[in-house]
Structure formats: structure tokens, C-alpha cells
Design a protein around this ligand. Structure first.
Ligand SMILES: CC(=O)[C@@H](O)[C@H](O)COP(=O)(O)O
Ligand SMILES: NCC(=O)COP(=O)(O)O
Length: 238
């Protein structure tokens, strides 16, 4: 079975747009867990445009499933994660001004830095994962850092899949996953996974431990919930 960790960044975006506390992130996380999700993911960014550092702290008190915090291990981020001690930290090499994550680590170039960061988190008992492109050499490099897992960056898969290039879309991920399995790395995946592509991805990736899904899942939830909510308003307006 592959675990579903729901990324709630988008709920924070919606909350921040009005300045209040609707939707309430803590309640949403609890509800998402009660609906069956096996994890909650957040990806606080330095400008705190969606998840704030304080949210990440507060969520620790309510998340009862797997708590995964993603981000670039700059000192402020590392201090936060070491204080919170989530189940898992996922290291993502974001530029400060990136709209969203747009690349995996170069695990060869940044090997020494990653070894040090991974050791620090593991000494605190936090499981580690490194965000990587579906590239066999990057997977090999990740294994040399001592990380527990990798997270395969699935944007290229999602894009090609949506263009109908199914075989091309999945092949690099199969190769990367086979290498990860051979080297004893756990495999997570995320970015632009959706109801359209998740089944195909899951069926082709051996030993997929966990997927984290946010953007599409929240958009799909809005859309699939619209009919229900409109009818509830109409009912109250009779
Ligand atoms: C690592 C990854 O792919 C996700 O965490 C994604 O970057 C979500 O971040 P945003 O919600 O800021 O787009
Ligand atoms: N790690 C990926 C993630 O948390 C969610 O990415 P997305 O579904 O918002 O693209």
C-alpha cells in the first residue's frame, strides 16, 4: 500500500487571502486524517506566503498520522524542524523566489552538504527524504548521503502523461525507482500528482511508500464539492 500524505499549503493560501482563520488549518488537518489520509505535508517557504512557521509548530500538536515537513534546509528551516521533530523532513532545493518547487537536488554536487544536514536530522530521530529528479545518477548520489528515502519529483511525469505520452512519462521514474530499491532507499513521490495520473504512476513504480499531493487534490475537492454546496445553499434559500 502507498500512503497518501495531503499537502495543505493551498488551504493556507486560501486562509491568508482573507486574513482570518478560515479555513482553520488545524481542524482541516484533523478532518483530513479522519477522512483516511495517512499523513499531512506542509512546505513552509521563506516568505510564509502560505504555511507559516507558526502553523508548522501548531500542527505538531494535532497531527496524529505522519507529519512531513518539506523545504530548503536553510538555518531558519533547520531550527524549526529540529524543534518540531516531525515524522519526516523532505529536503527540497528551492530558490527563495520560486513560485513552486522546480528541480530536484544535484546530489553529487551537494553531497557533502547533504551528508551533514541528513546526519543532523537523523541524530534527532527524524526520517529524511531528498527531493530528486528521476535520474539514476541522482538516486545513486542520494544513497551516498545516508538519507532514508528519496522523493521523486513528478512534474515531468504529470506533464507528459497529460499530453498522452504515457510510456515516455513513466520510464525514467521506473529506472530511478529500480535503482532506489536496489540501493535500499525508500521511495516517496510528489508534485502535480492528481486523480488523473495517480493510478498509472502507482501501478508502475515498485515499492512506492508515500505520495504527497496538494495542488490538484485541493482543486479537485473544490470542484467535486461544488454541486453539493450549491445545493445546500439553494435548500437554505427556499
Ligand atoms: C516539493 C513539492 O513538490 C511540493 O512541496 C510543492 O513544492 C508544494 O509547494 P507549493 O505549495 O509552494 O507549490
Ligand atoms: N511533495 C509534493 C507535495 O507535497 C505536493 O505537491 P503538489 O501536489 O502541490 O504539486
Amino acid at each position: 500500500m502507498t500512503k497518501l500524505s495531503v499537502n495543505i499549503n493551498k488551504l493556507a493560501t486560501l486562509r491568508n487571502s482573507r486574513g482570518g482563520n478560515v479555513p482553520n488549518l488545524l481542524k482541516s488537518a484533523t478532518d483530513i486524517e479522519s477522512f483516511g489520509a495517512q499523513g499531512i505535508t506542509v512546505h513552509p517557504r521563506p516568505d510564509e506566503r502560505h504555511i507559516r512557521y507558526q502553523d508548522a509548530h501548531d500542527l505538531k500538536g494535532v497531527v496524529t498520522t505522519e507529519y512531513n515537513i518539506e523545504g530548503n534546509p536553510i538555518p531558519k528551516f533547520m531550527d524549526m524542524v529540529l524543534t518540531i521533530k516531525p515524522t519526516q523532513v523532505t529536503l527540497v532545493p528551492d530558490a527563495e523566489d520560486a513560485i513552486t518547487s522546480n528541480a530536484g537536488w544535484n546530489t553529487i554536487k551537494h553531497k557533502d552538504f547533504l551528508i551533514e544536514v541528513i546526519k543532523t536530522f537523523k541524530d534527532y530521530g527524524i526520517r529524511t527524504s531528498i527531493f530528486v529528479d528521476p535520474d539514476v545518477d541522482m538516486v545513486k548520489g542520494a544513497a551516498e548521503t545516508g538519507t532514508d528515502r528519496i522523493e521523486l519529483y513528478t512534474e515531468s511525469f504529470a506533464k507528459e502523461f497529460s499530453e498522452g505520452k504515457k510510456t515516455e512519462s513513466i520510464q525514467p521514474f521506473i529506472d530511478a525507482a529500480k535503482m532506489a530499491n536496489k540501493l535500499g532507499l525508500g521511495i516517496n513521490a510528489g508534485h502535480d500528482l492528481s486523480l488523473d495520473n495517480i493510478k498509472f504512476f502507482k501501478e508502475h513504480i515498485p515499492n512506492l511508500f508515500e505520495v504527497s499531493i496538494g495542488h490538484a487534490l485541493i482543486c479537485e475537492s473544490l470542484y467535486l464539492g461544488l454541486e453539493n454546496v450549491i445545493n445546500m445553499y439553494l435548500h437554505r434559500l427556499k
